[in-house]
Design a protein around this ligand. Sequence first.
Ligand code: NAD
Length: 484
Amino acid sequence: MPEVKAYWQNYIDGAWTDGGAGRIVVDDPATGENLAEQGLADAGDVNRAVVAARACHETGVLTAMRPVERGRMVQAMGDYLLANIDIIAEVLCREAGKPLWEARLEVEGAARYFEYYGNQAETFEGRSIPLGEGYYDFTSYEPYGVSAQVIPWNYPLEMAARSLAPALATGNACVVKTPELAPLSSAYIAKAAEHAGLPRGAVNILCGLGREAGASLVGHRDVSQIVFIGSVTTGISIASAAARNVVPCVLELGGKSAAIVWPDADLDALVSSVRWGIFFNAGQVCSAMSRLIVHDDVHDEVVERVADMARSISVGPGLDRPDFGANMGAMISAAQRDRAEAMCREAKRQGARPVVGGRKLNQPGYFLEPTIFDGVTPDMNIARDEIFGPVLSVLKFGEDEEAVRIANGTDYGLVGGVFTADVTRAMKTAARLRAGQVFVNEWFAGGVETPFGGYGKSGYGREKGREALWNYVQTKNIAISLQS
Ligand code: NAD
């Protein structure tokens, strides 16, 4: 088994430092054993990081740069991640319980954000507004200053890159609060910033408890903008903290996303989409396909085919099977796994029919079987609440109207899917789905370039694509009276 360094520090004001709140033990979810220790930041550490970021912003060093230069630095961070992918993926695999091949995809995904937003840095331009003779008027876009980013454990590296890259590209200094359950690999983002030559204080990476370090970060008076990715409950408390300081906030929260399947759908493509949609990262994906709403005429065939696919997935420790698509890994913690298993038991009590899985594996590590429930009805908890695990609910529909009503029938609205060969039906349905992104015939189609974010309780604001750049800038208008 490869060695993972025993103790990891935080990175504040250009220096590696211990945490004022001591240390936290990080488990390997694939074995349940202790993997390493991480220094835990306290409110004092958070304050030092915010002060460093504010000082970096106020020197003007990031904004004085020609944007192409800043963009090159952002890209260099991605290059660093790719150059070190072997070691970073291994650490990520061990701390998050994901298969090595999935961890490698995550490192590549993180690097891609730095590539994309590094490219965008020099394309962000103001405009002039005609006011008639005697005036000249223009707008420019200025960074907010200090961007605070609170990151979840399911994609610790990729989510940090998703907010950090556009924030830096637009000239903000950043403080990133990494997740307690999987904080280690984020150290490589700090190393990437050092490697890229970013000025001191531009990137601060620290881990701490949500209620302590997280809360003091989002409540800090010198933070000018907040990005939060995580649960609805925490999102509400973060939005409240943002409101108290009157700073903007982007919330990327959970989901209960549905795919609607018509009899004319390409079922091979559908089965592949289900494989990725609900079993990738053991279903711990905010935009997971957790509900499948299937037309009566094709229901039985679809259930049989997705059940066969689920049975064919091998489940086990991430380092064992490095080849692409080989296996499904562990869930992040015993608590998350047990919560998902309890939701499966409750689904049975409420009358859902277990087709595959539903139980934890009888081996060390936090594994849950790939799980499918049929006969789910919209009123059941399993159809409404986010499980954040490898559990698919299958529901039936007869009329199109009913399918849309079921799909839109939860508090969430992150993504949706439509599987049909009929383009008109696909477009009409996509327009009616209450979701920030709709996939037609391929779940997770799109990429770094395509805007992503929620309707309803899935949050507000958009990450990814050019839309995300607007989260990190404010508009200044300069109106000039031309003296004659
Ligand atoms: P969580 O809300 O418990 O924690 C997320 C982060 O917030 C962690 O870093 C945590 O330390 C911090 N935090 C907790 N309490 C805080 C507080 N009071 N103040 C400031 N920070 C605090 O969520 P989680 O369990 O880590 O992640 C799972 C959830 O995140 C799921 O609901 C999932 O859908 C959602 N998620 C959404 C997206 C998205 O892009 N929409 C992506 C990943 C995860």
